[in-house]
Design a protein around this ligand. Structure first.
Ligand code: HXC
Length: 511
């Protein structure tokens, strides 16, 4: 037995050596961690169980039969993150550039299948030169097997992708199907075609980071959800993100007890919203007053800031927050904010996370570019997402709720459960000026001086929450100081909400 154990130890040693010391040293220059170090940082100490450590590739072209590295460039397994089961794979760039062989793909597929069977999240560390060029179509097939599983797992278990290095070509489509993508500044990049091909085809000259770095995908394309200063922050952030999520779509996030889960008055909110209805204020500040420990983990914080999306806790309940932010573009809904909001609403609905919506929206953004860009179908995504969501939906109108945007932002009519408003709320088809211009066109032409009076009269009559409240479209008009208390009691009441959907294969969200 002693010899057998020595043989096993030698095989394990070979696998742990990865691509060898020289490549590991080069890899770590510039602050990057090795594949196993990343896993160590993610999992609770001594809980990671590695699978398939001795797998090798099966390729014999290009002399590959003489180049086998046990493990084949990816470390896979499961462990505990803050005491909860999580599966993970971590690509090892020191082994054939982390490129994906069929064997490498099968290792990833194995843990994805297990994660779906047992109902636990998957975290993927992506650091790869893409398809293993020597393996040709076997590698492409391996990718497709992963894409297929990403889609099967969508809405069943949370999937998080961390981009720790290159992620290029068709390989980007695995992270793209997962729920969240985090990127590391300076060292990670994602693109479908790289700078060289772009230069040949379109004559555009661009470098790796300007084409697909963390800044680009967090601020411009909206492909990524998080941007991190370094790998350590990326992993720490992922652990916090996981704490807001359930293990799978059959579970709810457990209500936690903490130092700030009890009801309390939010007196400051009586003064946070400016008297002048056209003055901006920061919706994030309002949200922080309401939620436990003033904490919100923002999703896509660098993109479409006119809408805020993020995870938080209210009275110990994990919630998804969506809020118009009047501090940016007056909180208007446009193409980008509709997409950002819709994707977030659908994630929360898939994973039983109640939605709390803060509304201060002047309407949809007017403009030729918005219409040409498809604000109709993109705005419809947010509307559709809210309509189909059956999780508890709580809505608070803090100031404006105008036009179609009133309907979209979790109104009573699209089956929100609890609709609240502040006394200063304005709920109307449009602003007073626009309404008066249409209603009294002839009168204003005849008596131009009457316009200001007519606007005032319209504001007094319609720019308030009481017509909606008299129809039952609002359940309550509240003192802002009671915001947190009302939301906590609403969440406690709705925790047992059960709203089955009509049977169908799937809906047809406007894409
Ligand atoms: C096999 C690869 C590889 C690949 C890198 N390596 N990419 N081996 N297949 N795709 C190997 C290198 O030969 C090298 O081996 C080691 O990994 C490190 O690579 P370097 O080039 O030295 O590293 P670096 O300078 O940091 O450059 C990283 C890189 C570059 C930019 C990713 O390696 C690169 O451009 N690779 C090719 C990318 C690519 O075209 N992939 C195919 C994309 S198409 P040694 O032995 O010297 O250490 C695709 C389709 C997927 O992925 C479709 C799915 C549907």
């Amino acid at each position: 037995m002693k010899e057998k154990l020595l043989e096993l130890a030698e095989k394990n040693r070979q696998s742990l050596a990865g691509g060898g010391e020289a490549r590991q040293k080069k890899h770590c220059e510039g602050g990057r961690f090795l594949a196993r170090q990343r896993l160590e940082l993610l999992f609770d100490p001594d809980t990671f169980v590695e699978l398939d450590r001795l797998v090798t590739h099966t390729c014999s072209d290009f002399g590959m039969q003489d180049k086998k590295i046990t493990g084949d460039g990816v470390v896979t397994g499961w462990g505990l993150v803050n005491g909860r089961k999580v599966f993970a794979f971590s690509q090892d760039f020191t082994v054939f550039g982390g490129s994906l062989s069929l064997a490498h793909a099968r290792k990833i597929c194995k843990i994805m299948d297990m994660a779906m069977d047992v109902g636990a999240p998957v975290v993927g560390f992506n650091d790869s030169g893409g398809a293993r060029i020597q393996e040709g179509v076997d590698s492409l097939g391996g990718y497709a097997e992963i894409f297929f599983r990403n889609t099967e797992a969508s809405g069943v278990i949370p999937q998080i992708s961390l981009i720790m290095g290159p992620c290029a070509g068709g390989a980007v489509y695995s992270p793209a199907i997962t729920d969240f993508i985090g990127m590391v500044n300076s060292t990670s990049y994602m693109f479908v075609t790289g700078p060289d091909v772009i230069r040949e085809v379109t004559n555009e000259v661009v470098d790796l980071q300007s084409l697909g770095g963390a800044a680009v995908h967090n601020e411009v394309s909206g492909v990524a959800h998080f941007r991190h200063e370094n790998e350590m922050f990326a992993i720490a952030h992922t652990k916090v993100l996981l704490s807001y999520l359930p293990q799978n779509n059959r579970e709810k996030v457990p209500k936690i007890s903490g130092s700030d889960v009890l009801p309390r008055k939010t007196e400051r909110l009586r003064h946070l919203i400016p008297e002048n209805q056209n003055k901006p204020y920061d919706m994030l500040e309002l949200i922080r007053q309401v939620v436990d420990e003033e904490e919100i983990l923002e999703v896509m914080p660098d993109y479409a800031n006119n809408i805020v999306t993020g995870f938080s806790r209210i009275g110990g309940h994990s919630v998804g927050i969506i809020a118009n932010n009047p501090a940016y573009l007056a909180g208007v809904l446009d193409i980008n904010s509709s997409n950002k909001g819709a994707r977030f609403v659908r994630f929360c609905d898939a994973f039983n996370i109640p939605l709390v919506t803060f509304v201060d929206v002047p309407g949809f953004l007017p403009g030729v570019q918005q219409e040409y860009g498809g604000i109709i179908k993109n705005g419809a995504k947010l509307l559709y997402a809210y309509c189909e969501a059956t999780v508890p939906k709580l809505t608070l109108i803090t100031r404006k709720a105008y036009g179609g945007a009133y309907d979209v932002m979790a109104s009573k009519h699209i089956r929100a459960d609890l609709n609240l408003a502040y006394p200063n709320a304005e709920i109307a088809v449009m602003g007073a000026k626009g309404a008066v211009n249409i209603l009294y066109r002839d009168r204003i032409k005849a008596e131009p001086n009457s316009k200001d009076r007519l606007i005032r009269e319209y504001e007094e009559a319609f720019a308030n929450p009481y017509i909606a409240a008299s129809r039952g479209y609002l359940d309550e008009v509240i003192d802002p100081a009671d915001t947190r208390n009302r939301l906590i009691s609403g969440l406690d009441m709705l925790v047992t909400k059960d709203k089955p959907r009509r049977a169908r294969k799937h809906g047809n969200i406007p894409l």
